[in-house]
Design a protein around this ligand. Structure first.
Ligand code: TXA
Ligand code: MG
Length: 338
């Protein structure tokens, strides 16, 4: 299959691909998504095939506004509207009970569905023109880091999808925050661009699913099925070094072997001359770290490094999301610098 490259102006062509059951690479403010008509079970099935995604991992539905929630969801709690009012359009996915109209192909047979109203103007224009809810996982091959620009998505999906729309680099860079509103208290399933602190301002108490901060054991089942899979991982093993940035940089210097790769804050790049290196951004600029983290992980697959060491921000604010992605890429192989 030839994958059409579309510009941000070709909204009608993009919407037509969705309406006729095709697969579309679609820019969002978080990461690029692999979109299809969420009411067309056949089209949704092709998403799983293109990604090599396990069948038990449900997809989220993208809608143009909170008005659409009632078309697909029932028993919607007032908290959903309070969150929508404050954070939509934006990087927040809510887990709600779904109506029968949502195909099992989307929900993997669960009685809940993830709903998101994205902020990217091109994405919004395409969904509105298509007039259907768009089912879209991140646009990577299953297990690889999520794509944050068109070139990264084409690396995984060229020839496997009907088209891709260039919406520029993603402004957030990590996937949406997922909050489960079907339990009490509401539960954070995946940290993202909307922070835990922001959610608590609206919801009061919010539980944090254990899968956010540690590896799930053999018999354990995270509430977001996707959180159990090895994720975002480059081919080489990753070690995350926590602690104050200067101490962590020194720890890496002391423990690394010749040829090892490094993901470090900008201030410390000079310490690793001669090593394959990706800069995460200034240690104080966590939003920039979020924008760069997936590209940094992805870059090492084009090198022959045997091992990668990564500095990591504090797990507060959007740092919780950056730390989660790095820790998952490391299979939660984390060491603490003194
Ligand atoms: O920012 C994003 O959310 C991006 C862009 C494209 O919108 N999409 C994205 O989708 O990250 P995906 O499929 O890569 O991640 C969705 C996560 C998976 O871990 C999945 O298991 C979980 O959401 N999920 C989907 N439906 C769920 C449900 N009903 N209950 C619990 N978790 C669910
Ligand atoms: Mg994904």
């Amino acid at each position: 299959m030839q994958t059409l490259r579309l510009t941000a102006e070709q909204v009608e062509t993009a919407a037509e691909i969705l309406r006729r059951g095709g697969l579309l690479g679609i820019p969002t403010e978080t990461v690029y998504g692999l979109g299809a008509n969420g009411l067309d079970a056949g089209a949704v099935g092709r998403i799983f095939a293109a990604k090599g995604r396990p069948q038990d991992n449900p997809l989220i539905l993208h809608i143009p506004s909170a008005d659409w929630l009632e078309r697909y969801c029932e028993d919607i709690p007032p908290s959903a509207y309070a969150l929508a009012e404050r954070f939509w359009p934006g990087p927040l996915t809510m887990i709600l009970r779904h109506k029968p109209i949502v195909p099992d192909a989307v929900t993997a047979g669960l009685d809940t569905v993830g709903m998101r109203c994205p902020a990217h103007p091109v994405c919004r224009a395409i969904i509105a023109a298509a007039g259907v809810p768009v089912a879209a996982p991140s646009g990577n091959t299953s297990g690889r880091p999520s794509p944050t620009n068109m070139a990264d998505m084409l690396e995984d999906m060229d020839g496997k999808i009907d088209g891709i729309v260039d919406g520029g680099p993603c402004a957030v860079g990590v996937e949406s925050t997922i909050i489960d509103l079907t339990c009490v208290p509401p539960r954070l399933l995946r940290p993202g661009g909307i922070t835990l602190e922001q959610l608590r301002e609206v919801l009061g108490e919010v539980a944090v699913d254990p899968a956010v901060t540690r590896l799930m054991g053999e018999g354990e089942k995270p509430r977001a099925p996707g959180m159990k899979y090895r994720h975002y991982a480059p081919k080489a093993p990753v070690t995350v070094v926590q602690g104050a940035p200067a101490a962590a940089a020194r720890y890496i210097q002391d423990h690394m072997a010749p040829g090892d790769g490094v993901i470090c804050f900008d201030e410390y790049a000079g310490l690793f001359d001669g090593h394959p290196l990706e800069q995460l951004g200034p240690s104080t600029d966590v939003p920039e770290q979020a924008r760069r983290v997936f590209d940094a992980l992805r870059w090492f697959d084009g090198t022959d490094v045997q091992q990668i060491w990564a500095q990591c921000p504090e797990a507060a604010g959007i740092g919780l999301a950056v730390a989660n992605r790095l820790n998952k890429a490391a299979g939660f192989h984390i060491v603490q610098a003194e």
